[in-house]
Design a protein around this ligand. Structure first.
Ligand SMILES: *Cc1c(COP(=O)(O)O)cnc(C)c1O
Length: 383
């Protein structure tokens, strides 16, 4: 009975389960920071920035207050101008697209490839114009997009390559290089739901470029270049010292947690293989994914969501309405049919529960429920 109830209540996120084993260490870190440090731009923030930079293999990480600001301020630091076009993929979280506008440039979308969420390079080439200044590749779901060809394309045309690595902390794109470390800037989010999450909003830009890092340190601090000197117009967008203290504790476990996510994903792969009407995620060869999500494509997506919900299994949709069909982005001039692959994913994709805190028996219970749905023996609906 008890084990039954456990098996039939599977959350897609469980912060209590995540924080219980870390509590003493986190509280110890908070205690030290509260008693010894500056709340704003404290030494703990510098330590986290240095540690995350070392982890990624880049010279600089600049902590900001969200992943969205990492994109916006990163693009501002790159000097994009009104009229510049920035290409990104149609199947992304809409913040990738709105960030381009907030940075003052014009978003241009390109479809993802057939069979995976990675941007389709042929579609990128088709979207190029004389005004294209940058391409943002999104390592969606924690699946890294190989960048060699895109880098060559950008280098050949003088375009800036930007990585949205908000879902891909620790993923490798190729040759063991981390997502977010290859482009001129890599944008990270520390939203609580991400693989490396704060308890609140947070974000960062990773870059090799000293000038971009320096510009970001001015931009995130109201544009201040000295105590009483304003160098340019900027928002107030700093990563809090306390959040940095928490992120340092969690960064030490990121590799272990990502490995655990891969183990759980392999269990799903094995238990869901060959089911009719279901397409499993297939990270590209040579990449190392970190399974921020475990997205499957289901021909009968919405009935499957209900089937699982009736059994206490919470799933998520990433994302049911693509950016180009959102009312807030209607002015981009796209419509239904503009990006068929992105639209198919929006209609069929469902993310099964996955987090490092999940147990293998829970993955087995979810898989059994999906199998029952896919093979038509739907089992008892628990009330
Ligand atoms: C979460 C996310 C963002 C935005 O990050 P916030 O910290 O929520 O502002 C941007 N792009 C992608 C792909 C994301 O998943």
């Amino acid at each position: 009975m008890d084990s039954d109830r456990r098996a039939f209540s599977i959350p897609s996120k469980d912060y209590r389960r995540q924080y219980e084993p870390l509590l003493e260490e986190v509280l110890g870190a908070f205690r030290r920071v509260l008693l010894e440090e500056d709340p704003i731009l404290g030494a703990e923030l510098e330590r986290f920035e240095a540690e995350f930079a070392a982890y990624l293999g880049v010279r600089h990480v600049v902590g900001l207050n969200s992943g969205t600001d990492a994109l916006v301020l990163g693009m501002r630091a790159l000097g994009l101008r009104p009229g510049d076009e920035v290409i990104t993929q149609a199947n992304t979280f809409f913040a990738t697209v709105t960030a381009i506008e907030m940075a003052g440039a014009r978003p241009v979308l390109a479809d993802c490839r057939r069979g995976g969420p990675e941007i389709d390079l042929d579609q990128v080439e088709r979207a190029l114009t004389s005004r294209t200044r940058a391409v943002i590749v999104v390592h969606l779901h924690g699946f890294a997009t190989p960048l060699r060809r895109l880098r060559d394309l950008c280098a050949g045309r003088g375009l800036l390559l930007i990585e949205d690595a908000a879902q891909a902390h620790g993923a490798c794109v190729e040759d063991g290089r981390r997502a977010g470390s290859v482009g001129v800037i890599g944008a990270f989010s520390f939203h609580p739901s991400k693989n490396l999450g704060a308890f609140g909003d947070g974000g960062a830009v990773a870059t090799e470029d000293d000038g971009i890092a320096a510009a970001l340190r001015v931009l995130r601090n109201l544009g201040k270049s000295g105590k009483h000197e304003l160098a340019r117009v900027g928002p107030n967008s700093k990563l809090d010292t306390l959040q940095a203290a928490l992120l340092r504790v969690k960064l030490r476990r990121l590799e272990e947690w990502n490995a655990r996510r891969r183990e759980l994903a392999r269990a799903y792969d094995a238990q869901l293989a060959g089911l009719p009407g279901l397409e499993l995620p297939a990270p590209l060869p040579g990449t190392e994914p970190v399974y921020h999500h475990y997205p499957v494509l289901a021909r009968q997506r919405d009935p499957l969501v209900q089937h699982l919900a009736a059994r206490g299994i919470k799933t998520s949709l990433h994302y049911p309405v693509p950016p180009h069909l959102q009312p807030g982005l209607a002015h981009l001039g796209y419509g239904p049919g503009s990006f068929p692959e992105a639209e198919r994913r929006a209609a069929e994709e469902i993310s099964l529960p996955l987090g490092h805190e999940l147990r293998l028996d829970e993955v087995a219970a979810v898989s059994a429920a999906v199998r029952a749905f896919a093979t038509g023996t739907r089992g008892l609906v628990r009330t």
